[in-house]
Design a binder for this molecule. Structure first.
Ligand code: T46
Length: 137
């Protein structure tokens, strides 16, 4: 369910590091970038799935757990390494838990913001799963 992408990283202890990724590595063209900050420890966000949106999330500073749920099983991924990120495919219910104050979550998304792409009700999400909405043709 989860796919971790390792960034290319340049640098050294005395000057610090620079990490980067390109859209060809994450498998979709980026149309939007947003980031979540100022979040206190133990706060939980997310609690939705996307119908079509593909996303790539990384935590450049801090410690955040992402729980992915495909309606049949769950997987927990810890983002506490600034040199890698997580692909969040469409059709995955996701929850984010802040393990540390002020951890920053950055997200690159395949499309512009559209509230109609969100499924924010878990029962409705399970209905989409049962109907095979995300089954590949
Ligand atoms: C996601 C996870 C990982 C906008 O107006 N434009 C935007 O580009 C975004 C991302 C959000 N919003 C609005 C929608 C809500 O009124 O900002 C408000 C907070 O969004 P939300 O409650 O969905 O935030 P999270 O942290 O639960 O979820 C966010 C993304 O919305 C979501 O797509 O997959 O991060």
């Amino acid at each position: 369910m989860s796919k971790i992408i390792q960034f290319s990283t340049k640098g050294a202890l005395d000057i610090g590091y620079l990490s980067f990724f390109q859209d060809k590595e994450i498998g979709f063209e980026i149309k939007r970038i947003y980031y979540i900050y100022g979040v206190p420890k133990d706060a939980k966000r997310g609690f939705h799935a996307h119908k079509k949106l593909q996303q790539f999330a990384w935590c450049p500073d801090g410690d955040i757990t992402i729980i992915l749920d495909d309606g049949n099983s769950k997987e927990s991924i810890r983002l506490n390494d600034s040199s890698c990120g997580l692909i969040i495919k469409k059709g995955l219910w996701h929850e984010m838990i802040w393990n540390k104050d002020n951890s920053v979550l950055c997200v690159a998304a395949s499309d512009y913001y559209d509230e109609n792409d969100y499924i924010r009700n878990y029962e409705e999400f399970l209905h989409y799963v049962k109907e095979g909405y995300w089954n590949e043709a």
